[in-house]
Design a binder for this molecule. Structure first.
Ligand code: FES
Length: 133
């Protein structure tokens, strides 16, 4: 688990973008009292999903309006057809922590001292990494 931000850092509407060093950026949302953390980059292109909008459980990309289920990352509307990475989150007091996968070659404050785990992806974009951060 890595620390993302404080609960108060998430704007009332929109998302908080967390980008630290070479680690993939994370978008943190607060939807109806539930915190969601997803990869910030759309799987269709280069749009930042932290600049998208949320309608119900649909996270809508700001560039081509494809969408994902913010809870599971499943693509809902085209042109998005590849699952979005979503991260389990944990609220520790006011701090938001998430199980963001630590990929080889990436550095960050939460990276373990041991050798970095393999971070393999299937053709469908699902992570097969089962190690914890
Ligand atoms: S970049 Fe997100 S739908 Fe195209």
């Amino acid at each position: 688990m890595i620390f993302l931000c404080m609960l108060s850092d998430i704007p009332a509407s929109g998302a908080k973008r967390i980008a630290r060093g070479p680690r993939p950026a994370v978008a943190v949302f607060l939807v109806d009292g539930t915190i969601h953390a997803t990869a910030d980059k759309c799987t269709h292109g280069t749009a930042l999903l932290s600049r998208g909008k949320v309608e119900g459980n649909r996270l809508i990309c700001p560039l081509h309006q494809g969408s994902f289920d913010i809870r599971t990352g499943e693509a809902i509307d085209l042109p998005c057809d590849e699952k979005l990475e979503v991260y389990a989150v944990e609220l520790r007091g006011e701090e938001i922590w998430a199980a963001v996968i630590d990929c080889p070659g990436m550095a960050g404050p939460a990276r373990p001292a041991r050798p970095a785990p393999q971070c393999a992806r299937s053709k469908r974009g699902r992570s097969t990494n089962t190690t914890s951060a």
